[in-house]
Design a protein around this ligand. Structure first.
Ligand code: 5GP
Length: 193
C-alpha cells in the first residue's frame, strides 16, 4: 500500500452516500509531510509533460496543488466558487454540480491568469462523477489553454468520472483508487507501489 492508501485505511471514515471522510489529513486538517510525498509522486507521473501552471478548485484542492507547485516550480491557480470584489468581471465561468452538496455552483478564474497556449496540470482531491474536473477543463478550453494531465488524490472507481475522463484521452493519474466501500471499509482497486 502506498502512503495515501495507508492513511485512508487508518483514518478515513466511510459515510452514507458513498462519501469518504478524510478530514484528519486532507479536507479539514492537512498533513504537510504527506502532501509533499504525494506531490513527489505526481511529479514522477507527469515529469515528461511540459507544465506552465497548476490549476485546482478552492478549497480542498489548494493544499495538494500548493505542494505540487513547489515540486514543479510553477504557479498555482485555484478556481473560485464565490464572486468577490477583487475578482472583477473579466472571468471565465463554468457551472459544476456538487456531488457532496447536491447543488449547482459557478467556478471562476480571472482571464488574466489563464492564458491561451498555457500548459496546465489540473489537481484535485477527489474524483467521483467528474463534474469538478469537467468544469476545470472547460475553463481551460475557454482560455485556449492545454490540459496536459489530471492528478487526483482519491478516485472512486465505482463512480463514472474516471472512465469518462480517460475515454476523453486525458492522462489521469489517481494516487488511490477505491474499488468499493464494503461494510464501512475501503477496498482499493489496485495498490500503487
Ligand atoms: P465530482 O465532481 O467528481 O463528482 O466530485 C468531486 C468533488 O466532490 C471533489 O472536488 C470533492 O470536493 C467532492 N467529493 C466527491 N466525492 C467525495 C468523497 O467521497 N469525499 C469527500 N470528502 N469529497 C468528495
Amino acid at each position: 500500500m502506498n502512503p495515501l492508501e495507508e492513511r485512508i485505511i487508518e483514518e478515513g471514515i466511510v459515510l452514507p452516500g458513498d462519501i469518504l471522510k478524510v478530514d484528519k489529513f486532507i479536507n479539514h486538517m492537512i498533513d504537510p509531510e504527506l502532501f509533499v510525498k504525494l506531490a513527489d509522486e505526481f511529479y514522477e507521473r507527469f515529469k515528461n509533460k511540459e507544465i506552465d501552471k497548476i490549476l485546482t478548485l478552492e478549497v480542498s484542492g489548494i493544499g495538494i496543488a500548493f505542494a505540487c507547485g513547489l515540486k514543479f516550480k510553477k504557479p498555482v491557480l485555484f478556481a473560485k466558487k464565490t464572486v468577490s470584489k477583487t475578482l472583477g468581471s473579466d472571468v471565465y465561468t463554468s457551472q459544476v454540480y456538487s456531488f457532496t452538496k447536491k447543488i449547482n455552483y459557478d467556478i471562476m478564474v480571472a482571464k488574466e491568469f489563464l492564458q491561451k497556449g498555457e500548459r496546465v496540470l489540473i489537481i484535485d482531491d477527489f474524483l467521483a462523477n467528474g463534474k469538478a474536473i469537467e468544469g476545470l477543463v472547460d475553463l481551460c478550453n475557454q482560455a485556449g489553454a492545454k490540459v496536459q494531465g489530471i492528478g487526483i488524490l482519491i478516485e472512486k472507481d465505482f463512480q463514472p468520472g474516471g472512465k469518462k475522463i480517460r475515454e476523453e484521452g486525458f492522462q489521469l493519474e489517481s494516487l488511490a483508487i477505491i474499488e468499493k466501500f464494503e461494510n464501512g471499509k475501503v477496498v482499493f482497486k489496485e495498490s500503487i507501489s
